[in-house]
Design a binder for this molecule. Structure first.
Ligand SMILES: Nc1nc2c(ncn2[C@@H]2O[C@H](COP(=O)(O)OP(=O)(O)OP(=O)(O)O)[C@@H](O)[C@H]2O)c(=O)[nH]1
Ligand SMILES: [Zn+2]
Length: 213
């Protein structure tokens, strides 16, 4: 599968510049479209009424967008902007928006990720950290695995002195349905190396709870 199928160029793309309508994706859209037309019928809708005519195609494209992380390679993203640099303090990128989908109900969960690492000879372009979060978030997930996958990818690719990841999310499957708790937030965390030590972890947690203004 080529990298070009999902790109951020806006020229000849569709849906926010992520889904290229090439042969491969057109086949996926067509197949999903047929399935979603059936879903509408099963839900008791008239799939032929005007307001719903294009809905199966819209949903197909939306679902491909919401799961486009499967098409991306997080290691490649990090390696594409890995720079030798003599900086050995903690680097923290906090308040990274997360939009993901729970694998149990295929309903959204969303919130923030906070990611830190302590370089070991190499730093990475700052924007690549949120990009890595998106690679793993834009799939069917559970929050715990999402947290671990971000940690493991950064650890394996940059080989830093340590990595810390904290994610805080609201799950629509817990508010729109099921237990129907509107205000609960789930926090998960994953650490390696220096972050396993209390002093480093406390510094990280203090930095992510501080406000700029
Ligand atoms: N650990 C974890 N659980 C999740 C996540 N997202 C959704 N869930 C849970 O997945 C579980 C699935 O449990 P089931 O009992 O099979 O599903 P269910 O009958 O729909 O459960 P209820 O939501 O309690 O109605 C639920 O407890 C959800 O809250 C997640 O990211 N991590
Ligand atoms: Zn769920």
């Amino acid at each position: 599968m080529s990298d070009s199928q999902f790109s951020q160029d806006t020229d000849d793309d569709d849906f926010g510049g992520y889904i290229k309508i090439d042969r491969y994706n057109q086949d996926r859209i067509d197949s999903l479209k047929d399935n979603y037309r059936n879903v509408l019928k099963q839900l008791g809708e008239d799939a032929a009424r005007e307001g719903l005519l294009k809905t199966p195609e819209r949903v197909a494209k939306a679902m491909l967008y919401l799961t486009h992380g499967y098409e991306l390679n997080a290691e490649e993203i990090l390696n594409s902007a890995k720079f030798r640099e003599d900086y050995s303090q903690m680097v923290v990128v906090k308040d990274i928006e997360v939009y993901s989908m729970c694998e149990h109900h295929m309903l959204p969960f969303f919130g923030k990720a906070h990611v830190a690492y302590i370089p070991n000879g190499h730093v990475v372009g700052l924007s690549k950290i949120p990009r890595v979060v998106d690679v793993f978030a834009r799939r069917l997930q559970v929050q715990e695995r999402l947290t671990n996958e971000i940690r493991d990818c950064i650890q394996q690719t940059l080989n830093p002195v340590g990595v810390g990841v904290v994610i805080e999310c609201r799950h629509l499957c817990m508010s729109m349905r099921g237990v129907q708790k509107q205000n609960s937030v789930t926090t998960t965390s994953a650490f390696t190396g220096e972050f396993l030590k209390e002093k480093t972890r406390t510094e990280f947690l203090n930095l992510i709870s501080s406000k700029l203004s």
